[in-house]
Write a protein that binds this ligand. Structure first.
Ligand SMILES: [Zn+2]
Ligand SMILES: [Zn+2]
Length: 389
């Protein structure tokens, strides 16, 4: 776990003014969720209808933040039909994480300055509490609103409307919707407690985990240049956002769990909507680029293991392994250079003429061949690492 080290801006600066609305909101909803909700459940019981509304609202809130606020608006990883955007906006407002403008401008700053203790609004280097919730309960210089990095979103009339009427819309969705459904089903309080309060507290903290735990707990298969981690447990709680190491390295990809088997319902939703024509232009990172990042990390790890083994293993054996890794690395660099060359050729061809179908497939085949080469190399390196461990 990381700690705020030689920071000029301490995680808890007692002179930073408190944000009372947030403090009251977070503590009151949390207190009700851990006292009144279980008490009501034990004394009155919750009907199935209240549980269903709770589940639907929780999923709708989380997906609107992940697929809407995050992957659509903050990162523009795809385009969506207005009806989808409207739903994201309604349930994103209900998630009570501020307007899309505020959320996205903060998030873009987080990516640009990740881990910076002065510029990242929720830098994990300032500790768990700060990155989880602390950054919202005091007015820190790192959290000052600044919309210069969202010119695209400021042109969006739907988002402007949400920003302008945020408080009213947030109240209507958080109090109005659960109370209305509660009145219609005849279980006013039960619905309000589950689908209103408990839903809000869970959806808050599940999302907050991405800024805190997903920068502290998990693996870093793509890069160790920032604190972001891949963590399947968090992926389950956050509808796929737990693959945060991948996300910080390939933020323009509409997927966070890039492998087909990785739990990422948000990517399935976006891809599913494309199937019925409601989303389009889904951005994907080329397979080769992903493989290249994975391999570069494997080489770094192998080097570390080798350095560690140097004190115990026989010098001839170390020499042998070192040569082995060096030759693997050379063939890796060759593949990377070849890939760049093919890409360039393909692009010039594309510019010159409309690339014929057969030409396209030749290019694709050559690229696939290179991808396969890296895949095999990763397997060889894994075996090598196993020998060294
Ligand atoms: Zn992050
Ligand atoms: Zn992001």
């Amino acid at each position: 776990m990381t700690h705020a080290s030689a920071s000029t801006q301490p995680p808890v600066d007692p002179s930073a003014p408190l944000v009372w609305t947030n403090i009251i909101l977070f503590s009151l909803t949390f207190l009700v969720a851990v006292t009144v909700v279980p008490w009501y459940g034990l004394t009155h019981g919750f009907p199935l209808s209240a549980w269903i509304v709770f589940g639907v609202f929780l999923a709708a809130n989380e997906l609107s933040i992940t697929a809407g606020y995050h992957r659509l608006w903050a990162h523009r990883t795809y385009e969506a039909h207005w009806s989808v955007r409207l739903l994201f906006l309604v349930f994103g407002t209900m998630a009570l994480q501020n307007s899309a403008w505020v959320w996205c401008s903060g998030h873009r700053r987080h990516h640009l300055n990740v881990d910076d203790e002065q510029l990242d609004p929720y830098s994990a280097r300032r500790g768990f509490w700060f990155s989880h919730i602390g950054w919202m309960v005091r007015e820190y210089p790192s959290g000052v609103e600044n919309f210069t990095n969202i010119p695209d979103l400021r042109r969006d009339r739907m988002l402007a409307f949400q920003h302008r009427h945020y408080v009213l819309l947030a109240l209507a969705t958080n109090l109005g919707l659960p109370l209305l459904i509660g009145a219609l089903t005849g279980h006013l309080w039960a619905t309000f407690l589950l689908a209103g309060v408990l839903r809000l507290v869970l959806s808050h903290h599940f999302t907050f985990f991405i800024n805190s735990l997903a920068h502290m707990w998990g693996s870093r298969p793509y890069s160790e240049e920032n604190t972001a981690r891949d963590n399947p447990v968090l992926a389950v709680l956050t509808f796929g956002e737990g693959y945060h190491n991948f996300h910080h390295n390939f933020a323009h990809d509409y997927r966070n769990g890039v492998r087909w088997w990785q739990w990422d319902p948000t990517k399935w939703l976006i891809a599913g909507l494309q199937f019925v024509g409601l989303t389009r232009k889904l951005k994907r990172t080329p397979v080769f680029q992903i493989q290249r990042a994975l391999l570069a990390m494997q080489f770094a790890r192998a080097e570390n293991l080798l350095a560690r083994a140097a004190s115990t293993a026989a010098p001839t054996r170390i020499q042998e392994l070192r040569q082995h890794i060096a030759s693997e690395y050379e063939s890796f660099l060759t593949a990377v250079a070849e890939w760049a060359k093919i890409k360039e050729q393909w692009l010039t061809e594309k510019k010159r003429v409309v690339v014929e179908h057969w030409e396209q497939t030749t290019f694709q085949l050559r690229l696939q061949e290179l991808e396969q080469r890296l895949r095999l190399q990763r397997r060889r390196l894994r075996m090598l690492q196993a020998q060294l461990a």
